[in-house]
Ligand binder design. Sequence first.
Ligand SMILES: Cc1cc2nc3c(=O)[nH]c(=O)nc-3n(C[C@H](O)[C@H](O)[C@H](O)COP(=O)(O)OP(=O)(O)OC[C@H]3O[C@@H](n4cnc5c(N)ncnc54)[C@H](O)[C@@H]3O)c2cc1C
Length: 419
Amino acid sequence: MSEPPAGVPHVLVVGAGFGGLRCVRALAHAPVRLTLVDRTNHHLFQPMLYEVATSVLGANEIAAATRHLFRHQRNVAVHMTGIERVDLAAKCAFDGEGRATRYDWLVLAPGVVTDYFGHADWAEHAPGLKSLDDALVVRRRVLMAFERAEITPDPAARRALLTFVIVGAGATGVELAGAIGELANFTLRHDFRAIDPREAQVLLLDAGERVLPSFAPSLSARARRDLERLGVTVRTGVRVGDIGPGFVVAGDERIATEATIWSAGTRGAPLLGTLGTPLDRQGRAIVGPDGALPGHPEVFVVGDAAHVEDARFGTLPGVAQVAMQMGTHAARCIRADLDARPRRAFAYFDKGQLAVIGRGHAVLQVGPVRLAGFPAWIAWALVHVTFLIGFRNRVITMLEWARTYFFHRRAGRVIVGGD
Ligand SMILES: Cc1cc2nc3c(=O)[nH]c(=O)nc-3n(C[C@H](O)[C@H](O)[C@H](O)COP(=O)(O)OP(=O)(O)OC[C@H]3O[C@@H](n4cnc5c(N)ncnc54)[C@H](O)[C@@H]3O)c2cc1C
């Protein structure tokens, strides 16, 4: 494919996550010039972040350089920079250094950021899990806690070091808790002399009534049992009131801990606040049936950043399938505009949801189908390997999973850097 000449319409896509990537790919043969902007240089497979955070995989296995992914698509230029502001009237987006990019169509796919519900100071003590940097911080804190416990003679201090608190029992919290439970009970079991890693306490806290609230109650109950089997203590109906250096206040209890991880909330990317169009309570941009901003048919918001009402499913969840399908749909709308055809409304096709709970256990829900245990884990592994980008990543990931499954070994246990 040859480079489109200057003067052809310009589509600016912000965010190289699931939504942005799908949109750019779907416009590969369209008579447009594309610019894909992301503040990182990689596309990240977020559903497997917890595996980097718990040493199963290395960072390279779940990320791919965006520029490399589009090396053969001649109508796209990849720019690594952060967009700070959009001027809808001028059809212009500005990056942090004031560089302006004009567009004919704008596709915003910036995702969400971790939300501490008005307690920004908690971030320092309880990292979230949204980026590779986050995953490496969590990994370092978890591994460091065991290392420090090994050389700490005071029993109370040692106990605090071996107490891991995960706040939020959605899929991320459940997957993290299961993986840390397994790390303590199996992977590290023979590696220390002064401590027994099996004495570690993994607490999963949530203000709601059950873990995995988006799943059927029977699967939530199953996930809870599987977590408890891995030594995780699940406490639901408990609200976290404060987080500080070395402690978490949960209900009336003050828990001494040196490793707290926050997976309780997200809100729309700050960029959306510069649009001046309506946002929902979670800071996501409210879009019309075609995925475009009301009054601005040339601007689409896709994926986690969008608040979309679906006639069958209500408000769509922040999951990869929604982002991918919306990205493709935005591309279809742009093609329809180019051909002077009417746009179609976005219709979501629900492919179900999956969550993994330690080695060999998962829960799966597709429409009326409910599955738990090993068959669900196989489905989870197949789906994740299929959507993971890059042949090398798929092969290495499968080998590492096999190593973890059969020998409880984990590849990513080297501690580097500090936070
Ligand atoms: C730990 C974790 C586990 C998950 N597990 C699952 C799962 O099992 N199944 C599932 O379906 N979904 C899962 N999800 C959700 C899924 O990853 C998201 O729904 C999906 O990534 C959303 O895609 P997106 O394109 O909207 O945004 P993202 O994938 O978040 O991509 C947003 C991109 O925009 C970039 N960006 C943001 N702001 C700017 C800016 N101002 N300028 C330039 N670039 C910017 C970011 O760097 C990022 O690359 C999980 C998410 C997490 C965090």
